[in-house]
Design a protein around this ligand. Structure first.
Ligand SMILES: Nc1ncnc2c1ncn2[C@@H]1O[C@H](COP(=O)(O)OP(=O)(O)O)[C@@H](O)[C@H]1O
Ligand SMILES: [Mg+2]
Length: 357
């Protein structure tokens, strides 16, 4: 693939059309990136994903970057690399991670981004920063709204429309002001004009996958809405999408949150690390919107644009959601452990099921 020509055609027009974030990307040499990252030194490592490792680096002008380096070359990895650079080069939004450039020399494939000082949402909710309690309620609300706005840009304003297919806490990065930046476009897909969905191989992460996508490979905007709903519940409660109940059983966060929401037990839903310091109305909003997004029937989920309005406090829309039948009857707290996910069946975090592509 000729990346050079790809970037040349995208650059001019998109910058004009979007003009929200004035950035330029360029091609980096391998030498420059080796120099910036101290030869991809282990001490510079920021994170690891399916694609490879991400390293912190500093360029000659003093600016800080993050460099994602492909683990090992394969056709599949090459596709993921080109999808990510192609999509990131087309999008410009305050809540989408900015592409600084890429490097494709020999079998090396590297993607260069702005460095996000506060790393990922995952690191604050469940990872190395979780004990530091940096995420107060105001920050959580602005992360929720910001991430939703980034996704809304992909679904409704980018042409063609884009579905992300891997919305999750490790793919929402946080800048120095804890502003959300949606990242990792390796699984993203363009939705052709007029299409309601694309049938594709299932990619993504267990716990965040919409059922119609996991089972039938039907990917659409509403699959991202489902994953975003899980993320909202995670953000409010500090719980993981799948909670480990025993060595082999995991409970989806929705199964835990729905009965509590129906009974109005919001203090039980709130992350203990918030220490009771949250706006109850907003917490209620985040939980209800999370649950309405992460429901099994895709036709009943809101669009991400509606989610933005709901999170920002649209009272009329929220009243309609609150009176939805799913919140009317308290689900019976019976032994429904047979519905829980067994580790033995789904041992891997990143799943990949072959469907017609
Ligand atoms: N720009 C960045 N700034 C800081 N950390 C980053 C940046 N990009 C990625 N990371 C870290 O690396 C991890 C993996 O990056 P990601 O783009 O999701 O890669 P993958 O495609 O391999 O999943 C992220 O969860 C985050 O912790
Ligand atoms: Mg990732």
């Amino acid at each position: 693939m000729d990346f050079r020509s790809l970037f040349c055609c995208v650059k001019g027009s998109d910058r004009k059309a979007q003009g929200k974030k004035e950035t330029t990307w360029r091609i980096f040499s391998l030498k420059e990136l080796q120099l910036a990252t101290n030869n991809f030194n282990y001490d510079n490592k920021l994170g690891e994903g399916g694609f490879g490792s991400v390293y912190w680096g500093q360029l000659w002008d003093g600016s800080q970057i993050a460099v994602k380096r492909l683990k090992s070359w394969s056709n599949k990895a090459e596709v993921e690399f080109s999808v990510e650079v192609e999509i990131l080069a087309r999008v410009r939004h305050k809540n989408l991670l900015t592409l600084r450039g890429y490097c494709a020399e020999g079998q090396e494939r590297l993607i260069v981004y702005d460095y996000m000082t506060n790393l990922s949402l995952l690191s604050h909710l469940h990872g190395q920063h979780s004990a530091e309690c940096h995420l107060d309620w105001t920050r959580r609300m602005s992360i929720a709204v910001g991430a939703a706005e980034g996704i809304a840009y992909l679904h409704h304003y980018a042409t063609p429309h884009i579905i992300h297919r891997d919305i999750k806490a490790s793919n929402v990065l946080l800048d120095g002001d804890f502003k959300a930046q949606v990242a990792d476009f390796g699984f993203a897909k363009f939705i052709p004009d007029g299409a309601t969905h694309v049938t594709t191989r299932v990619k993504g992460t267990l716990g965040y996958l919409a059922p119609e996508y996991a089972m039938l490979g039907k990917a659409s905007e509403s699959c991202d809405v489902y994953s975003f709903g899980i993320l909202l519940l995670e953000l409010a409660s500090g719980k993981k999408p799948l909670e480990k109940l025993s060595s082999t059983m995991r409970r989806p966060i929705t199964d835990w949150a729905l009965p509590l929401a129906c009974e109005g037990k919001f203090s039980e839903l709130a992350d203990l690390r918030l220490d009771g310091k949250y706006d109850e109305e907003e917490l209620k909003r985040v939980v209800f919107v999370g649950l309405i997004c992460a429901q099994n029937r895709p036709e009943k989920r809101p669009t991400i644009l509606e989610v933005v309005e709901l999170l920002k406090g649209d009272r009329e829309k929220f009243a309609a959601i609150e009176s939805d039948e799913m919140f009317k009857s308290t689900p019976v707290a019976e032994d429904n452990s047979s519905e829980f996910i067994s580790d033995e069946k789904e041992p891997k975090q990143e799943i990949e099921n072959v469907k017609s592509d």
